[in-house]
Design a protein around this ligand. Structure first.
Ligand code: SAH
Length: 350
């Protein structure tokens, strides 16, 4: 059942709602357009005030996410947003500006229960799942802030903010449908990436359910023993389970798999690790992103130095594997991978 946040509704669900309130069906599409523009009731100009009053008296509200702060990185122009949810929780997101478009990193949960040993998002555990409309609301709010007449504010989306998207499966799938709906934001499904620590049964389900975002796997270790030391989820799914699941995903969707490998100094960055990693991904249609670990003070782990990263990369390259070192954006505003966390604003009246 959909609650009272209207951004949670698909056009079809809005149609049943408006019909139940004795309004013509076409109001649903109008409402959907306004919702996707980030409008509140008072800005919905072509809608009868009496109808909007009924909605609001019945407890319906249009937007679930409000930008409360934007911090711009002086070095690379990346913007970190703080959003407030209706229940007062604060989540974070990051907009990265590239030549080809603007990529928004969105969160799928408040907190996270995966508790990876290097990541800030899981420090307080899982607080709650975000609804589809709250995930969409992040895109809507940032798009509104950054759009101009000729250009869209957000062209690409990565589900790489706080939370494990496949641990909030139904809401994330509904979000994928909403955000790519041509009656709304109409963001191309090809421009959406989903990153997971590797919930294998859900990877298979995603493919079976007909979704095909670019799948990014947070691997971070070349063998199960080491992976278990840094990622608790590795106790549930082995690397060979992951490889089976991503092969299945590739066969169904035809999308090349991306592996993320965050490099931790003295832990997973040796040449032997690179050789093992090459064996793990051998024969897969994939690409590996190496990222120096970003610093999280509570976690206390250090990122690898440039020299080890490039040595690691050349071992992979010499084995014919497609690999890049990813530019880390936004680390000066604590907006880089693994640095997003739940915040409590000191001044709640803000
Ligand atoms: N839960 C999902 C989505 C989070 S995406 C997942 O695990 O993929 C965030 C990405 O940043 C993941 O690849 C995650 O492993 C990585 N990450 C987390 N902490 C990091 C850190 N301190 N430095 C670099 N990358 C980190």
């Amino acid at each position: 059942m959909t609650g009272k946040l209207l951004s949670d509704y698909s056009v079809e669900e809005l149609e049943s709602l408006v019909c139940s309130l004795e309004q013509p069906r076409f109001r649903a599409k109008q409402l959907y357009e306004w919702l996707n523009k980030g409008e509140n009731f008072d800005g919905m100009r072509n809608m009868p005030k009496s109808f909007l009053d009924v909605l609001s008296q019945d407890g319906f509200y249009p937007q679930g996410v409000q930008i409360v702060k934007a911090l711009t990185s002086p070095t690379d122009g990346t913007v970190k947003y703080l959003y407030r949810l209706k229940d007062g929780n604060i989540i974070e997101g990051v907009l990265m500006k590239y030549k080809y478009g603007n990529t928004l990193c969105v969160s799928t949960q408040v907190g996270c229960r995966m508790n990876c040993s290097f990541c800030a998002s899981g420090l307080d555990g899982l607080i709650r799942n975000l609804s589809a409309g709250e995930i969409l609301g992040q895109v809507v709010a940032v798009n509104r802030e950054n759009s101009s007449q000729s250009e869209r504010g957000v062209t690409n989306i990565v589900l790489m903010g706080s939370g494990e998207p496949l641990d909030n499966y139904d809401n994330v799938c509904k979000f994928l449908n909403l955000v790519s709906d041509e009656r709304g934001l109409n963001i191309s499904r090809r421009n959406i990436s989903l990153s997971t620590c590797g919930l294998c049964d859900k990877i298979i389900k995603l493919a079976d359910d007909g979704f095909s975002p670019t799948l990014t796997i947070s691997l971070h270790a070349p063998n199960d023993e080491m992976r278990k030391e840094i990622m608790p989820i590795a106790k549930k799914y082995s690397i060979s389970d992951i490889i089976k699941a991503v092969k299945y995903y590739f066969d169904k969707t035809g999308r090349r798999i991306i592996f993320e490998y965050s490099m931790i100094s003295g832990k997973n960055d040796g040449e032997d690790c690179a050789r093992q990693l090459a064996d793990v991904v051998k024969g897969l249609a994939c690409h590996i992103n190496l990222i120096p670990l970003n610093y999280v003070k509570e976690r206390g782990l250090a990122g690898s130095n440039k020299k080890s990263i490039y040595r690691f990369m050349s071992v992979l390259e010499s084995r014919g594997i497609s690999v890049t070192v990813r530019r880390s954006m936004g680390s000066d505003i604590e907006g880089a991978c693994g640095q997003l966390r739940r915040k409590v604003l000191k001044d709640e009246s803000n």
